[in-house]
Design a protein around this ligand. Sequence first.
Ligand code: B12
Length: 229
Amino acid sequence: MSKTDCLDALEHVIVMGHLDADDEGFDGMMEGTPGALELTRTAIEEEIDPQNILKTFNRAMEIVGKKFESGEYLLPDMLASAECVGDAMEILEPLLTEGTGSEGKGKFLIATVKGDLHDIGKNIVITMLKGAGYKVIDLGIDVPADEILEGIKKYQPDFVGLSALLTTTMIEMEHVVKKIREAGFDGITICIGGAPTSEEFAKKIGANLHCKDAMDAIEKIKTVRRNIS
Ligand code: B12
């Protein structure tokens, strides 16, 4: 199988919610054929750049989102594809984090804000940050503002990352940023991300950085001087 064919096949099985060879996928016809786990392993064996494998995950989830929006997919379908990416990420993660060893570049506290359960993107950001040498504290999903503040007090991070995938939970980001500033944690660099967010929105709510994806996050936070050492 060529590298392109392998990535196309991987994209297809994720869209079809086909986790592994034991799973039948949405159409009930895929049992016995390689699923997301097998094809991720094949991609690694074929020495495909892990960044290209990540991009394939992203592309697949874009397609799934469109199918959900058009009504072709229902929630369980979206969930099945999400499970494929979540589990495949576990296979890919060691390749993205290997060889860095140190966590000396700073502490990054990250959370998906209250009301929002999406964490695939956040988890990819975490993997990339670890790979780039940051220590990451993950507070998880659906995290209320007060819990984020407690986390800041406890871990004294250099960076706080907030993720939101719903237009309705973007508003919660504004609330969290306000609370962080009111509590006097002025030196912290706040980064926001998630499909509905933008540079403009970050400015509006007083966040320091908007990152469109994990690579953008690495590039942007590299330029920030650490506040706490
Ligand atoms: C998978 C998925 C789900 C899964 C989530 C599983 C999981 N464990 O995450 C499930 C099935 C649970 C789900 C539920 C819902 N979902 Co949903 N979901 C998606 C889907 C298809 C993919 C999201 C994804 O994982 N993308 C891939 C990742 C890699 O990309 P990403 O998240 O954007 O992350 C990257 C960047 O944004 C950035 N980034 C993200 N966060 C952060 C944070 C920081 C600090 C930084 C620096 C960067 C960063 O870096 C990431 C990596 O490069 C999207 C469609 C889409 N195109 O986004 C819909 C989508 C987000 N969901 C949607 C909806 C409506 C829902 C539900 C309300 C559906 C319902 N009726 O119940 C619920 C809400 C549940 C809740 N309260 O949160 C809508 C949102 C519409 C809107 N305008 O608000 C979307 C856009 C689908 C659509 N087109 O209608 N969903």
